[in-house]
Design a protein around this ligand. Structure first.
Ligand SMILES: Nc1nc2c(c(=O)[nH]1)N[C@H]1C(S)=C(S)[C@@H](COP(=O)(O)OP(=O)(O)OC[C@H]3O[C@@H](n4cnc5c(N)ncnc54)[C@H](O)[C@@H]3O)O[C@H]1N2
Ligand code: MOO
Length: 401
């Protein structure tokens, strides 16, 4: 039975966070991605380099390749452009005009930048000393053939993608990202773009959560919508749980006669890990799992849903991806606002953080979407705090953009 009495069954925020952490694991399913589309994924296998990088001794400057000898005057024998495939042979005292990225012949042992050279017909004169191998990027300097290029577990940043492409690699094996269901519930919901009849509101939670998921680079998302009907709620949740790694439901989780989500989850034998957290907003938050599928039922109130997403769902998603930053960054900031808390639940307050200072916004109700739209942070006020005075240091969660 999912209907609980608040007083006995609400768990603390800290307990809820540690329950999510203890019950989510890195998703071990792997997939092959083209390098272009592998950004943000984690490598599931070591990658050995199929080539030496650079593949030849490479000039780091526009200038002259030299075969060093005693004097600072060299005879100019020809030119090597980037991409040229010929390899001239230099004798001591000979020089070739060369450009950045071009192959330095094996018989050249230094490149001097053109700014240090004066040219007189076919003779060049060099100012200052030239050291052996200067301005030559040696073959295999970055990585040698068959050596480890990137190890399993490496996050594929744009730089890593560039590095793999430079080695001629076209596909990589990575850990799959979870497929995620967003299920909205409620007879009152209509799609933006349609006519709004009396009693109806525009459905906005799925757009909001979709955007938050895109921000975290999750793109395999399936959207479902159910009316307040028990049979259809059970059927839709069943499909979503079977077809996804993580299910996010919004609405229908409170105690109203038409809040069917809790009962449907019980019927589907979703293991309840917690239901109801002592917090504001987001008290009627449910977290559970069925087999390997994680299930979060977020309250329908939009600001409650988004707060729960940032504080709890975020942890599960990051952990499933083997990412390090499970929780959003928290900083200490000085409050620019006086705030009095009502009630005894810890609160997440929508706020604007700027350079060490934070302004707590008006309109903290969990239905107030405009307030959240202005916020870039949540000030955390714990159970015992009743008042925030101006200048007081407060714990502030920085929201993703
Ligand atoms: N008797 C009690 N009533 C309520 C309690 C309580 O403890 N006792 N808790 C309140 C709190 S706190 C919250 S939060 C809400 C959560 O209720 P549900 O999760 O069942 O959500 P709904 O009733 O379905 O919706 C709440 C609110 O949000 C709007 N909504 C829902 N889905 C969407 C959507 N996809 N897009 C935009 N807006 C949505 C919905 O129309 C409602 O206005 O329960 C309180 N009640
Ligand atoms: O938990 Mo509700 O989110 O306070 O509105």
């Amino acid at each position: 039975m999912l209907i609980h009495n608040d007083i006995y069954n609400m768990i603390s925020i800290a307990q809820a966070i540690s329950t999510v952490k203890a019950n989510t694991n890195a998703l071990m399913k792997t997939t092959i991605k083209t390098v272009e589309k592998a950004g943000g994924y984690i490598l599931s296998k070591d990658i050995k380099s199929p080539i030496n990088m650079p593949p030849f001794n490479q000039s780091a400057m526009d200038g002259y390749a030299l075969s060093l000898h005693e004097s600072n005057t060299y005879r100019l024998m020809g030119e090597i452009q980037a991409g040229d495939e010929h390899q001239p042979i230099l004798k001591p005292g000979e020089a070739y005009r060369i450009f950045t990225g071009a192959a330095v012949p094996k018989t050249a042992n230094a490149v001097v930048m053109q700014e240090k050279v004066t040219v007189e017909k076919l003779l060049i004169k060099i100012e200052g000393d030239v050291s052996i191998n200067q301005n030559i990027r040696p073959l295999g300097e970055q990585v040698k053939y068959d050596d480890l290029a990137l190890k399993k577990g490496t996050k594929l940043t744009p730089a890593a993608i560039g590095f793999l492409a430079s080695l001629g690699i076209t596909t990589v094996s990575v850990y799959k990202k979870p497929s995620i269901a967003i299920i909205t519930t409620g007879n009152e919901l209509v799609e933006p773009g349609t006519n709004l009849k009396y009693g109806k509101i525009y459905e906005s939670n799925s757009k909001m959560l979709l955007s938050a998921l895109y921000n975290l680079k999750f793109y395999d998302i399936n959207l479902y919508n159910v009316a307040d009907n028990y049979g259809r709620t059970v059927a839709q949740l069943k499909t979503a749980i079977n077809e996804n790694d993580l299910v996010i439901i919004t609405g229908g989780i409170s105690v109203g006669d038409y809040d069917f989500v809790g009962r449907a989850l019980t019927e589907l034998h979703v293991e309840e890990l917690f239901y109801k957290v002592k917090q504001k907003p987001g008290k009627p938050l449910f977290y559970g799992k069925k087999g390997a599928t994680q299930v979060f039922a977020l309250p329908g109130n939009p600001a409650a849903a988004l707060t729960c997403f940032y504080v709890y769902v975020h942890i599960a998603l990051q952990q499933m991806m083997n990412r390090e930053d499970l929780e959003l960054k928290r900083v200490s900031a000085k409050s620019a606002t006086h705030f009095l808390k009502k009630g005894d639940r810890p609160q997440f307050l929508k706020a604007i953080y700027n350079n060490g200072e934070v302004e707590i916004l008006e309109g903290q109700s969990s239905a107030m979407q405009q307030t959240f739209a202005l916020a870039n942070a949540l000030v955390f006020m714990d159970e015992n705090a009743q008042e925030i005075t101006i200048g007081k240091t407060v714990e502030t969660i920085i929201l993703p953009e």
